[in-house]
Write a protein that binds this ligand. Structure first.
Ligand SMILES: [Zn+2]
Length: 206
C-alpha cells in the first residue's frame, strides 16, 4: 500500500513518542498503544503486539474513523477506545495509552476519580494558565469487552468540559492532545502529578 506523506509523518512521530515513553518505563512488554488522526480523518495507530520502544513505521497501520483496517494490518484490541475519543473530541489529533505504573497504583488507591488541584504544572495542559484550577481524571473499571468499555467512558466524558485523560483501573492511562507532542506533554505532566499524589498519600498514611 502507498501511504500518504501525512501518514508517514504521523507514524514517525508515534515511533519517536514510543522511544521516549519506553525510556520512562511506561510501556512494558509490548503493552500500550498510540495513534494520530490524519488531516483526511483516517487514523494512524500502532499494530497489535509490538514493543512500543522499538517501533518502526511499518508497525503503524491505517484505519478509518470506524476502526476498520485500511491496509490489511491487525489493529490493537483497544482501537475502539481511540476512535470513540476522536469522535467525542474533534480537536483531538493524538492519543497515547501507556500502562504506566503510577496510573495503575492511583487506580488502586483512589475511587472513581483523581482530582488534581493547586499544582503549577497544571499549566502544562492546553488551555490552562493558572494553578488555581481543578482537573478531574476519571477512573473506570477495566473490562475485556472494549466496545462496552468505550461506551461507558464515552457517556462519562460527554458532559465533562475539561478532560485531559482517564485511567482504566489496574490497566493504564489514556491521554490526548491536538498533536503528538501535545499529548506527550500531557502524559509527562500527568505522570508527574500522579507521582506527587502517590507520595502525598504515603506521607499521610504514616
Ligand atoms: Zn491497554
Amino acid at each position: 500500500m502507498d501511504y500518504s506523506a501525512d501518514f508517514i509523518k504521523a507514524a514517525e512521530a508515534l515511533c519517536d513518542a514510543g522511544r521516549f515513553i519506553d525510556a520512562k518505563g511506561w510501556v512494558p512488554a509490548t503493552s500500550g498503544n498510540f495513534s494520530a488522526r490524519l488531516p483526511d480523518g483516517n487514523i494512524a495507530i500502532t499494530t497489535s503486539g509490538k514493543h512500543k520502544g522499538h517501533l518502526k513505521v511499518e508497525d503503524i497501520m491505517l484505519i478509518d474513523a470506524e476502526a476498520n483496517s485500511l491496509d490489511g494490518k491487525k489493529p490493537s484490541a483497544e482501537t475502539l477506545l481511540h476512535t470513540f475519543l476522536y469522535k467525542r473530541y474533534p480537536a483531538v489529533n493524538a492519543i497515547l495509552h501507556p500502562h504506566s505504573m503510577n496510573a495503575i497504583i492511583i487506580s488502586k488507591l483512589f475511587g472513581q476519580k483523581l482530582v488534581l488541584e493547586n499544582y503549577e504544572l497544571l499549566k502544562a495542559f492546553k488551555g490552562i494558565n493558572t494553578h488555581e484550577v481543578k482537573i478531574e481524571i476519571p477512573i473506570f473499571a477495566n473490562h475485556q469487552d472494549i466496545l462496552h468499555l468505550a461506551n461507558i467512558i464515552d457517556r462519562h466524558l460527554e458532559p465533562m468540559k475539561l478532560c485531559y485523560g482517564y485511567i482504566i483501573a489496574g490497566h493504564g492511562l489514556y491521554t490526548w492532545g491536538d498533536s503528538v507532542p501535545d499529548a506527550l506533554r500531557h502524559l509527562e505532566a500527568l505522570d508527574y502529578l500522579f507521582e506527587c499524589e502517590l507520595r502525598l498519600h504515603g506521607v499521610r498514611k504514616t
